[in-house]
Design a binder for this molecule. Structure first.
Ligand code: ADP
Ligand code: ZN
Ligand code: ZN
Length: 707
């Protein structure tokens, strides 16, 4: 610790009434400092403080032994030339460190509730498990305002409708059906103890009703509920249902798109226990809840629960841990659970509860059919049976959804004469043609340029867009069905989340005859008048080298298919494919998640993939690929690799260059999680600091994305 108070540092501390230099304390008097001979180090204690710096250690400061400060308090400390806000992780006595060289704490903050030991324990676990410094982990969990010297916003008064007696008011929607009652009973019986459940309910089976009733029980016990969803901006209906069901309760909504003040308010509502319900995306799992009584993770299979930068945590796994620390049940809900969760059920670690039927009487799952592209010609990307099905819906005044998971006009712009294709200068990827502004966009680094007038390679003016995205399908449909109202929904059509929410609500009320959209349309919306879903480019996922792509495609198609036929009219799903015999499609047609999951698990077991082994990835990037590869090769040999942990050769990413950096990774596997963890701990300590030699790197534990 090199915090010895030099003369320059003394000046910096003048605002305070007391300062230590070496062993001695000085009191401020009108015109100078008086040394307090009595104060010795024995009257001090040491605070070990977590600061948001990329160094894996705590920073030590002194404070008067009489101070009531404990772990979990926020403190202002001098750091370099500035003051910083940190969180006290431990309190130690002066004998444990070279205390005479330490600086004093400036002040202890009391404007927010003290962070509980349970919360600190969670942070410690996440920091160790995901191999990130503790200070950085804590910083990821705290809103920026709680890490800054700025005063916190004033505590919000309860709204008109929120009073403490009304907080438990529950407006029930429906009487639960037998399957729902069974689930409510089983989970309700576990309140007060840690128990993980998988609520495996098909789309529209009434999972949300189950959550609401359990939350009502939790609230009536005076406890709090934590509900995690993949995307809050996209599911205003869900938030609305919660507000409707609990009209007297304050609901803290937490997600990353919130402004700082709004996030701080919601976080403080959660931390003070003012909000009995906390509803949010993955980061909400890091909010302190002093009286946590149940954790719900809706659509638990969704990849967005995994954070892809900084602290690369799984919000779903953290939710289970959270429940464990709080000794409460956790409910993971999905129509298509992740294979990890399914595996945990099979192993008896999670209890399986099934909702096998749609909740609305008479509503059934849609009929799923493939359209064989080897037989049916698909002019302009849409096969004849698909066009006929859309026409029939138009005639009946029902809505159709055309799902294509690729935005833009066409994925490639190419020259007929010489074969040139527009590529990004900074990425090893094609530029995507966008028709709205006649330009080329790189979907990997965001670069944009005008569509060139002629081929830069041969001068030919006949440049052709190849393949299709949402914009091109919209154009085709407009030409084919001029009388129809066509709505395109993708990231380009709706810049702001609030606009998107409004559009989705409009669709729910029947606006739009044909919807063209990406994944954005697949998530959790209820469109009562939608009876047809057409899936256009499913095959690209089937051909992917990523072993998770079949699992993902099954989930996406079940989910997007689940948007149809949610009322009395039956729904239909048409999937255009060149591989109609593929087992994934066969399982999808039978709505057989369990069969699909079993066959996937068998494949994973024989190939030695998760969940049968545990994985971590070391990813690196540098401006030259040889530098990246040299770094990774050296890293693999840096320390001895124990038996039971395997490191594979470094492999460049599929899209190797992104934004000017050449990327590659090392994959690590082990059948033993503790063995892998122990190795990662030693290894990450031995690796040179990221960027030290022009190579940036990070570790990803339980990685799910390989590009
Ligand atoms: P999920 O979350 O499983 O997709 P929801 O909870 O959204 O399903 O329920 C789907 C639809 O069924 C909603 O319109 C909901 O109001 C309705 N619903 C839920 N439970 C029942 C029930 N027991 N009886 C009748 N309708 C129900
Ligand atoms: Zn050319
Ligand atoms: Zn690019």
């Amino acid at each position: 610790m090199d915090n010895y108070p030099e003369a320059s540092n003394v000046i910096h501390s003048f605002t305070h009434s007391r300062i230590w230099i070496g062993k001695f304390s000085f009191w401020r008097k009108e015109n100078g400092w008086i040394r307090d001979a009595k104060t010795q180090l024995s009257r001090m204690k040491v605070l070990r403080v977590a600061l948001d710096v990329p160094v894996a250690k705590l920073f030590d400061y002194l404070i008067d032994d009489a101070s009531p400060v404990v772990a979990g308090d926020r403190v202002v400390v001098p750091f370099g030339a500035r003051q910083r806000v940190g969180v006290v992780a431990e309190v130690a006595d002066t004998s444990t460190v070279a205390a005479s060289r330490l600086k004093p704490v400036e002040r202890v903050l009391e404007d927010a509730p003290r962070l509980t030991t349970g919360w600190l324990e969670l942070m410690r676990f996440l920091s160790a498990y995901y191999q990130r410094p503790f200070g950085e982990t804590v910083a990821a969990a705290l809103p920026a305002r709680l890490r800054s010297l700025k005063a916190l916003p004033k505590r919000r008064k309860s709204g008109d409708k929120e009073t403490s007696d009304a907080a438990h008011l529950f407006v029930s929607g429906h009487d639960p059906n037998p399957a729902q009652s069974g689930a409510i009973e089983r989970i309700g019986a576990a309140l007060g103890s840690f128990r993980p459940f998988l609520l495996h309910g098909i789309t529209g089976s009434g999972k949300t009703e189950v959550y609401l009733r359990l939350i009502a029980q939790v609230l009536s016990r005076g406890m709090q509920a934590l509900v995690l969803v993949p995307e809050i901006g996209l599911t205003p209906q869900l938030e609305g249902r919660f507000r409707h069901a609990f009209p007297g309760a304050r609901i803290a909504v937490l997600h990353s798109a919130l402004q700082d003040t709004a996030r701080t308010h919601a976080w403080l509502d959660a931390a003070r226990g003012d909000a009995p319900i906390v509803l949010g995306t993955r980061l909400a799992v890091l909010a302190p809840l002093p009286r946590l009584g149940i954790v719900v993770v809706d659509e638990e299979h969704d990849a967005s629960f995994k954070q892809q930068e900084g602290l690369r945590y799984s919000g779903r796994d953290a939710a289970v841990l959270r429940a464990k620390f709080a000794a409460c049940p956790v409910v993971l809900g999905s129509a298509t659970p992740s294979l990890e969760t399914w595996f945990n059920c099979r192993a008896g670690r999670y209890a399986l509860l099934a909702l096998p039927e749609r909740a609305v009487p008479g509503a059934r799952l849609p009929a799923v059919r493939t359209v064989d592209l080897r037989i049916e010609s698909a002019e302009h990307g849409l096969a004849k049976p698909v066009l006929e099905a859309i026409r029939a819906r138009l005639a009946r005044g029902e809505q159709s959804l055309v799902f294509i998971n690729r935005r833009g006009y066409a994925p490639v712009l190419s020259c007929e004469a010489c074969g040139w294709a527009a590529g990004c200068a900074r990425c090893s990827a094609h530029m995507v043609v966008h028709s709205t502004d006649r330009s080329l966009h790189c979907h990997h680094c965001g670069a944009r340029q005008k569509v060139p007038r002629e081929c830069p390679s041969c001068g030919n003016v006949d440049l052709r867009p190849l393949g299709r995205g949402t914009q091109r399908i919209e154009e085709t449909l407009t030409a084919l069905f001029p009388e129809a109202r066509i709505l395109r929904i993708d990231r380009d059509s709706t810049r702001k989340r609030s606009d998107l929410a409004r559009t989705l609500e409009g669709i729910g009320r029947g606006e739009g005859d044909i919807l063209v959209g990406t994944q954005l349309l697949a998530k959790g919306h209820d469109f009562p008048n939608l009876t047809l879903v057409c899936v256009l480019n499913a095959d690209s996922a089937l051909l992917s080298t990523d072993y998770r792509s079949a699992e993902r495609l099954f989930a996406t198609l079940s989910q997007v298919g689940g948007r149809s036929g949610r009322r009395e009219q039956p729904g239909e799903v048409l999937v255009q494919t060149r591989y109609p015999g593929h087992p994934m499609f066969q399982a999808l047609m039978r709505h057989d998640y369990a069969g699909f999951a079993e066959s996937q698990l068998a494949e994973r077991e024989s190939a030695g993939f998760p969940p049968f082994v545990h994985e971590a990835a070391l990813r690196a990037e540098a401006t030259r690929l040889d530098a990246t590869m040299t770094f990774l090769r050296a890293a693999a040999r840096l320390i001895e690799v124990p038996d039971g942990v395997q490191i594979y050769d470094p492999v460049p990413h599929v899209i190797t260059r992104r934004a000017g950096f050449e990327r590659a990774q090392l994959l690590l596997q082990s059948p033993s999680r503790p063995a892998l963890q122990e190795f990662l701990r030693l290894w990450s300590a031995a690796l040179p600091a990221s960027t030290s030699s022009g190579v940036r790197w990070h570790l990803d534990v339980d990685p799910i994305e390989f590009d």
